[in-house]
Design a protein around this ligand. Structure first.
Ligand code: HEC
Length: 101
């Protein structure tokens, strides 16, 4: 039991270290919200659905961005978006979107 608790604590503190900065993410995600409009989740024009990011799981956003950046996941627009992001940018942006409700 004690061992389990220590493991849990270690995992939690590790996650805290790897977590991005919400405030930084807010600034860095400025361009993203043009498409990932948080309220209606639709692009203005042409009208197409853009996946919801606000409140999305942080780890999911990180892995999606990494997949676009490495071109593992195809979508020209998002590959271009993710292509210019650093690991820290991805962490910060993901933390920001995950913090939205
Ligand atoms: C020009 C419009 C546009 C911009 C700007 C844009 N995105 Fe996207 N994004 C999309 C579209 C469209 C999709 C859906 C792509 C697909 O089907 O794979 C998407 C998908 C995603 C996904 C995957 C969501 C899911 O549910 O799988 C993530 C994460 C994401 N975008 C993050 C970002 C971030 C972070 C930025 C800013 C750096 C950004 N996007 C900027 C249009 C945009």
């Amino acid at each position: 039991m004690k061992k389990l608790l220590i493991m849990l604590l270690l995992t939690l503190s590790f996650q805290t270290l790897a977590t991005g900065d919400v405030e930084q993410g807010k600034i860095k995600s400025y361009t993203c919200t043009g498409c990932h409009g948080i309220k209606f989740y639709m692009n203005v024009y042409p009208t197409y659905h853009v996946p919801r990011l606000g409140g999305q799981n942080e780890a999911y956003i990180v892995s999606a961005l990494n997949a676009y950046r490495s071109k593992e996941r195809s979508h020209t627009t998002m590959q271009a978006q993710a292509g210019s992001l650093s690991d820290q940018d991805i962490a910060d942006i993901s933390a920001y979107f995950a913090s939205l409700k």
